[in-house]
Design a protein around this ligand. Structure first.
Ligand code: MF3
Ligand code: CO
Ligand code: CO
Length: 282
């Protein structure tokens, strides 16, 4: 998401971080499970020769067949159920007639609405066999997301989440994308807080940037969705207004879960029911 996402239909983004009730967790479990099942359904379909548009149509049918709403259709003028981001595309890749080639790596991101609750999740997929470096990027990005999730508990800071992610990415020689972040989620798709995936970095112009030191409390719902680049973190937006690519054209990877802070730690709403949390899936 980006800073300016203020156009929710049913409930406004207020800036306050919502504390949800125990019964709200059940709503998020249902939405999160369906989103994860959608990504499970796609796993065997991702192979060389298939188009990203075909994968998106399968996702649309799946969501509709389960009586849910694809949250991205109509969202700020977006027209698809998924974002499919190939190779050097960081996020918000638009499904199209483009055919997958052997060795491609791709992220598929889906958000479903079930009973008003948003389940938002994404995973990486391989078309055929990835190169060694691509596989290492994907594995590291998964480890980054999971380390961020493991830093979630009452009393921790959102900055701890960012630090866990940044440390792993940079230890592997990769970089954390700063121009997109995770977000509060629930009845609102993109809510407060912004969940940045770094603890701090030095901006060439603006100086030291630090993740906000926000204390985590039981009942907060948000996504953790790090985008990790093989090269520089810098982003370029294509003329379609959506597709974000790495400026240096280096590979980029992303995983996303919707999670809650619980009384004792963290709950993941979007775990794969089939255990297909990271590739290879075959
Ligand atoms: N699912 C994306 C996220 O993780 C948002 C996509 S918005 C869209 O926040 F309009 F591009 F689909
Ligand atoms: Co998200
Ligand atoms: Co998403």
């Amino acid at each position: 998401m980006q800073e300016s996402d203020l156009d929710e239909t049913f409930e406004m983004r207020t800036g306050a971080i919502k504390i949800h009730r125990p019964e709200d967790f059940e709503g998020m479990r249902k939405a999160g499970r369906l989103a994860a099942q959608c990504l499970d359904m796609l796993a065997p379909l991702v192979r060389p020769g298939v188009t990203t548009g075909e994968l998106d149509r399968k996702a649309f049918e799946f969501v509709m067949d389960h009586g849910a709403i694809p949250a991205c259709v109509g969202y700020r003028g977006y027209r698809h159920t998924t974002c499919i981001s190939l190779n050097h595309v960081i996020c918000h890749g638009i499904p199209s007639d483009k055919t997958l080639k052997p060795g491609d790596i791709l992220n598929i991101d889906v958000t479903v609405i079930v009973d008003g609750w948003h389940g938002d999740t994404s995973r990486m997929y391989y078309a055929g066999e990835p190169k060694v470096k691509a596989r290492r990027l994907v594995e590291t990005t998964y480890d980054c997301m999971m380390a961020g999730i493991e830093a979630v508990r009452p009393g921790a800071s959102l900055r701890d989440v960012g630090r866990a992610i940044q440390t792993i990415a940079e230890n592997e020689g990769f970089s954390v994308v700063r121009d997109f972040c995770g977000h509060g989620v629930g009845r609102v798709f993109h809510d407060a807080p912004n969940v940045v995936h770094y603890a701090e970095y030095k901006d060439r112009f603006a100086g030291l940037q630090r993740a906000p030191d926000i204390e985590l409390k039981p009942g907060m719902f948000f996504t953790i969705e790090p985008m990790i680049n093989e090269g520089r973190p810098d982003v370029k937006l294509l003329k379609d207004g959506w597709t974000a690519v790495s400026r240096d054209k280096s590979l980029s990877a992303q995983f996303e879960h919707s999670v809650a802070v619980t009384e004792t730690g963290v709950e993941i709403f979007t775990k794969s029911p089939q255990g297909l949390d990271k590739p290879p899936y075959a």
